[in-house]
Design a protein around this ligand. Structure first.
Ligand code: SAH
Length: 253
């Protein structure tokens, strides 16, 4: 393989949720630069590669973005195949777009590989169908943490009629609740808070809008976690409970 940077999504944590294409890129990589939300178990696919950890967790000591850019560029210019491995999907709150553009402007070939983003994975792992027919017409992925401190228009989102999947929301539960309620979202709107989605230590806290921050405190919810806010959260539970009515699967199958 010629020099290239692959910007690869490693999925939400469960190594089995890695794509086949991600595995192929890892197998061919000389250098793997890995974010700290990536489960290191996926490195079994690249036993001979040089592994560089470039974690950037919010609030912690992190590798400056400019340094990561320069490192990728340097390896690529030395003819190395570089995999930049990111949690979830590289382009969902993952700077994949920025990094691809920066490298391409410098003449480096870049290929983006999808990963399963944490919000979608977390919901499905908890049996929450984000776009359940007749209940939600869509889903909105939104971050509660904005780098420039610009404000998310929660009040508009409250009126969107879509299921809300909130990333980086653990430290902002209070503000999210207040703003969604100010936007007219009913206080009994079901909420699921899912920590470490798809990993063996995944935890899920079910609540409703008015109580979500106090319930999260009792539950000791910690990052990384996503919030799912919408009727589908309760609809899923209800459809479980109602199983047995309607169509039946023949016993002799
Ligand atoms: N590119 C990633 C998101 C990176 S932003 C993706 O597509 O998933 C980091 C945020 O993602 C965390 O603060 C948390 O809100 C969410 N997150 C990442 N991994 C998670 C996991 N396993 N469980 C729950 N939330 C997760």
């Amino acid at each position: 393989m010629s020099a290239k940077v692959w910007l690869v999504g490693a999925g939400p944590g469960d190594p089995e949720l890695l794509t086949l294409k991600a595995v192929r890129a890892l197998k061919e990589a000389h250098v793997v630069m890995i974010d700290d939300l990536v489960n290191a178990a996926v490195l079994e696919h690249c036993p001979d590669a040089r592994i560089i950890r470039v974690g950037k967790r919010g609030g912690c000591r992190s590798t400056p973005q400019a340094f990561i850019h320069r490192l990728m560029l340097r390896y690529a210019r030395h003819g190395k195949c570089v995999v930049r491995l990111k949690g979830g999907d590289p382009c969902i709150f993952g700077r994949g777009g920025e990094e691809a553009q920066w490298l391409r402007e410098r003449g480096v070939a870049v290929e983006l590989v999808n990963g399963i983003t944490a919000g979608l994975a977390g919901a499905t792992q908890c049996d929450i169908p984000l776009t359940l027919r007749g209940v939600a017409r869509g889903v909105t992925l939104v971050t509660a943490h904005t780098q420039d401190d610009s404000h998310v228009n929660w009040q508009a989102l409250a009126q969107s009629g879509t299921t809300l999947v909130v990333y980086m929301g653990v430290a902002k539960l209070n503000e999210i609740r207040e703003q969604l309620m100010a936007g007219g979202m009913p206080s009994d709107m079901p909420v699921a808070m899912i920590e470490n989605a798809s990993l063996p230590h995944q935890r899920e806290c079910r609540s409703h809008l008015a109580a979500m921050d106090s319930d999260a405190e009792v539950f000791q919810l910690k990052s990384p976690a996503i919030l799912v806010i919408g009727r589908v959260v309760a609809a899923a539970a209800a459809s479980h409970e109602s199983q047995g009515s309607g169509y039946r699967i023949p016993q002799n199958l």
